[in-house]
Design a protein around this ligand. Sequence first.
Ligand code: SF4
Ligand code: SF4
Ligand code: FES
Length: 246
Amino acid sequence: MADVILRVFRGDAQGGEEKDYKVPVDEGMVVLDALHYIQANYDGDLAVRWNCKAAKCGSCSAEVNGKPRLTCKTRIDSLPQGEPITVYPMKAFPVVKDLVTDVKWNYQTHKKIPPFTPPKDTDWRMYQEDIDRIQEFRKCIECFLCQNVCHILRNHHKNDAFFGPRFMIKIAELEMHPLDTLDRSAMLRKEAGVGYCNITKCCTEVCPEHIHITDNAIIPLKERVADKYFDPINWLLRKLRSNGNL
Ligand code: SF4
Ligand code: SF4
Ligand code: FES
């Protein structure tokens, strides 16, 4: 294959600019390989976060040709030929340097979710179908590509009002666990802000683990909240209970 031009963002939180690098392409090469070539041959100080190079650690997330992707899973030959490949940091998070962003908000958000809480003296037997339902959510590699593409965070910056799709699946995993005893619907409705999601499915489209974030997690969570808080019969029962009439 011919050489390619990688047009890479160089800069930090104060600003930056694009810089072009000519990279020779080998068969099977991915964008992360090209970034490593740049580090080895042009600019050793290019900041790139990565760990596994196997699409499993979620560290190498960036925006390649404007689309959130894992750079270790994006083959050069899958991109349009004969034009520069742009590589930018994730837009939804503050830039630290070059392609590295500060994703600590995600971990702080994670800490707000009450963890798995089984009953005392749990009998750990479960039905296989219950395991299967939540197993999908446990495939998450915390790449935060879904958080990056969600317009509520990316464009409207509602980080204080919406936990984002990654944590909707975390809550779904806990809420659908057959042995969990907590009810997180009040948190979902208020602090986690499930009502902000308008089911655009952009998060589902970019998930490298192909988790059905909207259909299998967010929509069922929305239904739980609607049943609990907006169903008139449930509302009446809650009222009677709080008045001591039941
Ligand atoms: S479906 Fe909801 S969570 Fe996913 S990107 Fe759209 S608004 Fe965000
Ligand atoms: S749900 Fe998918 S896109 Fe979102 S953080 Fe997990 S693996 Fe990444
Ligand atoms: S380097 Fe681990 S997911 Fe890309």
